[in-house]
Design a protein around this ligand. Structure first.
Ligand code: PEP
Length: 261
């Protein structure tokens, strides 16, 4: 069983001072579990100072975004090349970027490829909107987003991609509807099936699939207990370090329970 991955997406919250204060408290409250990988995705600006404040054996950093080119005349952008060595992960294709910044399937594919090229593990977000769900298009949307995003990768490279299934309607930004874990199970299975169709069952078993969408300390266990759910991408609840620590501890309890089964 690969390590579970629990990621805090702070979005555009916390300036340098607030971020540092959070990590100060978080470091003290965090219980270290060998089988849980904990990742913080703060704003770009705070990555550097936080890298000096965290213990990298216990906490890793992720960028929330980066550009697909390695360098060049792209005013305002930061490349994966520049982030290399500073972060271990990068969120790619978050629905806020797809919707607010009109990121296309092809741009997201190029970002995934650039992350891998620069030795950064992508956390690829995919998920359907409410109208797409109602129209019965969840599988088609997932298929198109997933297949395009990994289309430049070899099987070895795809193992480094972490896929976060985040139905748009369940994300706090877009309504935060509570998702029924039984429904989520079906899509997690479908995602792994798609990877297996493309790269074979052995590769598919090594790709981590996470769930994200208004996960908090009260309901995290319901998602983390799902078969093949390897972690969670947490937005709003991760802004409260006590809640985030509680989600990490839940992930550990669920692992122990899964092991006993
Ligand atoms: C996210 O930002 O990826 C997310 C899932 O946010 P929230 O937990 O706030 O819905």
């Amino acid at each position: 069983m690969s390590r579970s991955l629990i990621v805090a997406n702070w979005k555009m919250h916390f300036n340098i001072h607030d971020a540092s204060l959070y990590v100060h408290h978080f470091n003290k409250a965090l219980n270290y579990h060998r089988s849980i990988e904990v990742v913080l995705a703060p704003s770009l600006l705070t990555l550097q100072p936080l890298s000096l404040q965290i213990d990298r054996r216990k906490v890793r950093l992720a960028a929330q975004n980066a550009y697909s080119k390695d360098d060049g005349p792209y005013t305002g952008e930061v490349s994966f090349t520049m982030l290399s060595g500073l972060v271990d992960y990068a969120i790619v294709g978050h629905s806020e970027r797809r919707i607010y910044f009109a990121e296309s399937l092809e741009l997201i594919r190029d970002k995934v490829t650039a992350a891998i090229r620069n030795d950064i593990n992508p956390i690829l977000c995919i998920g359907e909107s409410k109208p797409e769900k109602i129209a019965g298009e969840t599988k088609r949307v997932i298929h198109d987003q997933l297949i395009t995003a990994v289309s430049d990768l070899t099987a070895e490279e795809v193992k480094r991609v972490n896929i976060a299934y985040e139905p748009i309607w369940s994300i706090s930004t877009f309504g935060g509807e509570h998702a029924d874990p039984t429904e989520i199970q079906k899509t997690i299975d479908y995602i792994r099936y798609q990877i297996s169709e493309l790269y074979g069952a052995s590769t598919a078993s090594e790709v981590r699939v996470l769930y994200g969408g208004s996960v908090d300390d009260q309901d995290a266990g319901g998602y983390l207990a799902l078969d093949g759910c390897d972690g969670a991408l947490v937005g709003a609840a991760s802004l409260d370090y006590e809640k985030f620590v509680s989600i990490i501890d839940t992930a550990q309890s669920i692992r122990l329970a899964k092991k006993k089964d």
